[in-house]
Design a protein around this ligand. Structure first.
Ligand code: SF4
Length: 331
């Protein structure tokens, strides 16, 4: 097995078959079309160590945290047994997300990912493979053999290399992930991208629109079948993990940022002729021309960006590319 990065503690646990478990990441569950309500996860922890990660809050809740997020990795001691004991026939034709609580192509997991795919695909199961790791390219020939049953999706948060080093400290470069996407598309696989999380302006990467545009310009060439996007969400202790890395995010800024980032995302989809969906956290759409929000909201502050302006938290500026946007006022 590949050695984990320095500072990561490893351990083992017994995984309970079947490997396929219910998941909310479907269009009928959370509204995220990433499966038909199923996921396969086969480790606890994720050594990519993204400080924004939403998964650590799940382990925080059920008490399985073994240390600082990213610095522990529990591997299943009985994975091969569990693959055999999974009655894959139960999920024939169903789409399963691989994976929802870790990257399935961490170096320590890549062999296991292939074995799971071999068993599931040959039984007729469909997979949405979601990764930040170019190691997935090793399995493109296998995926191509079952191309009708596979979509391969990458996640990308920024194209700014300095910012990526901080928010995705152990993830291979965004460029290498785009190359994976390109390879998969060239091989004729169905492909997708999740642009996430999109950060509001930060000191290191102040122009979020420029960053998003740069990502879209690359996607316009690769032409993935689907592009999803979402802004940074507050989950567990992710804002304080980010603050430890020097990335300060005021959660109130996110109330106004979600809508306007969604609006810019929609315009970029249209501009480049791509198909996609922005996953609104607060379920509000934003009109850049009028600066108004429409639709229901799940946050009282979200519909009052002017309140945040009055309080000096954000300021309203006119961006010549996309109309009115809000930015965090320097304290
Ligand atoms: S790759 Fe995904 S699961 Fe792993 S730490 Fe980053 S966001 Fe979390």
């Amino acid at each position: 097995m590949m050695r984990p990065p320095l500072g990561v503690e490893t351990g083992e646990y017994r995984i309970k078959p079947p490997l396929v478990k219910p998941s909310r990441l479907s269009s009928k569950g959370s509204g995220k079309d990433l499966s038909q309500g199923w996921a396969v996860n086969f480790t606890i922890g994720c050594t990519h160590a993204c400080p924004f990660c939403y998964v650590s809050s799940i382990w925080e809740k059920n008490g399985r945290v073994k240390g600082r997020w990213g610095d522990y990795l529990l591997l299943p001691s009985n994975l091969e047994e569990a693959i055999k004991e999974t009655d894959w026939g139960r999920w024939v034709g169903e789409e399963v997300l691989m994976s929802s609580t870790h990257d399935p192509y961490l170096p320590q997991l890549a062999d296991g990912a292939r074995k799971i795919l071999e068993a599931g695909l040959s039984a007729g199961v469909r997979f949405c493979i979601q990764t930040r790791s170019p190691l997935a390219s090793r399995d493109i020939p296998l995926m191509v053999r079952f191309r009708e049953q596979v979509r391969l999706q990458i996640s990308i948060a920024t194209l700014n290399p300095e910012f990526a080093r901080i928010i995705e400290p152990r993830v291979p470069s965004p460029e290498s992930r785009l190359r994976l996407l390109e390879k998969a598309a060239d091989a004729g696989l169905r492909t997708g991208v999740i642009i996430a999380p999109v950060f509001p302006p930060t000191d290191l990467r102040p122009d979020w629109i420029e960053d998003l545009e740069a990502i879209f310009e690359r996607l316009a060439v690769i032409k993935p079948d689907m592009v999803f996007g979402e802004c940074l969400h507050v989950r567990g202790s992710n804002l304080s993990l980010l603050a430890d890395k020097g990335v300060q995010v005021d959660r109130r800024m996110l109330y106004v940022f979600d809508g306007q980032a969604g609006a810019v995302f929609q315009q970029l989809l249209q501009k480049h002729g791509l198909k996609g969906v922005w996953w609104y956290e607060y379920r509000r759409a934003y009109d850049g021309k009028t600066g108004q929000y429409t639709g229901p909201t799940s946050s009282p502050l979200y519909e009052k960006p002017m309140k945040l302006v009055d309080e000096g938290v954000v300021e309203r500026i006119t961006d010549e590319r996309f109309g009115c946007v809000y930015r965090l006022r320097k304290q």
